[in-house]
Design a protein around this ligand. Structure first.
Ligand SMILES: [Cu+2]
Length: 275
């Protein structure tokens, strides 16, 4: 069973293992399929009007399933790899080890936001964007340019305190834990981090930046934290609801997994620290 660790605690060997597996998945063509899948589930999601990946209750189980598939793709290359998470309440600056040359590389350059350091710099030849929001094929970041600060521990705790998982109208106007975590209302957690990183993280093709996985891994951990604090609450809606994925509806594009199967992450992996 994979143990997902805080990226700040990874050894040099663990960082190298993760980066090399990501590069290998990119080289064999598997990586870009994840970018395409995410982008096609970013807005209205599917042609029948159902909201699945974002702005809906299934934001959390959809991304849990998506991350699991990505982690399994990395493990097919290197069985010792697990997804690390970025605790952005602790590692809040561009000088964090997260952005080191030996891990994800650093900020983009000021002229065009192009990342020029680390394994994902275009000039290294191993990270050409094939699925992009514009014609640029280099990874872009603009750390801290779109919003000044990342969410704090107090921000996180205020969202974890919300007892209801989600509520009608089950979208970006909803009250409840999911929408506050996703960031369409309240202190804004998930969306704010995409904006803070900037560049490709602002787009539906955000998985082009490998930090996507570390950010969403922490979002996933926060869901687990909420679950452990609110054992009398669970995923909603539980009954069939128009254009919304209910507890036992299968999620596109997999059509084999309902939110109900995603509620207990310990069936698949654990986190290095509790909540
Ligand atoms: Cu996201």
């Amino acid at each position: 069973m994979a143990v997902r660790k805080n990226q700040a605690t990874l050894t040099a060997q663990e960082k190298r293992g993760f980066v090399n597996a990501v590069l290998a998945l990119k080289a064999n063509g598997g990586y870009d399929a994840f970018v395409t899948t995410h982008n096609s589930f970013i807005t209205s999601d599917t042609d029948d009007g159902e909201r699945t990946g974002h702005r809906s209750p299934s934001f959390l189980p959809w991304h849990r399933r998506f991350l699991l598939q990505f982690e399994q793709a990395l493990q097919a290359i290197d069985p010792t790899v697990s997804l690390p998470y970025w605790d952005w309440t602790a590692d809040q600056t561009s000088s964090s080890s997260l952005w080191g040359d030996d891990f994800l590389g650093g900020d983009g350059q000021s002229s065009d936001s192009q990342v020029t350091t680390g394994a994902f710099a275009f000039s290294g030849g191993n990270w050409t964007l094939n699925v992009s929001s514009d014609n640029r094929n280099f990874l872009r970041r603009a750390l801290g340019a779109g919003v000044a600060s990342l969410p704090s521990k107090d921000d996180v705790n205020s969202v974890l305190a919300i007892s209801t998982y989600d509520a009608a109208p089950w979208n970006s106007a909803s009250e409840g834990f999911r929408n506050n975590l996703e960031g369409w209302r309240g202190v804004n957690l998930h969306n704010r981090v995409h904006v803070w990183v900037g560049g490709d993280m602002l787009t539906g093709m955000s998985p082009n930046d490998p930090v996507f996985w570390l950010h969403h891994c922490f979002i996933d951990k926060l869901w687990a934290a909420w679950q452990s604090r609110h054992t009398d609450q669970s995923y909603q809606p539980t009954v069939s609801t128009t254009n919304v994925v209910a507890l036992n509806d299968t999620m596109k594009p997999w059509n084999d997994t309902a939110p109900a199967a995603m509620l207990d992450h310990t069936r698949y992996y654990t986190y290095d620290t509790g909540f």
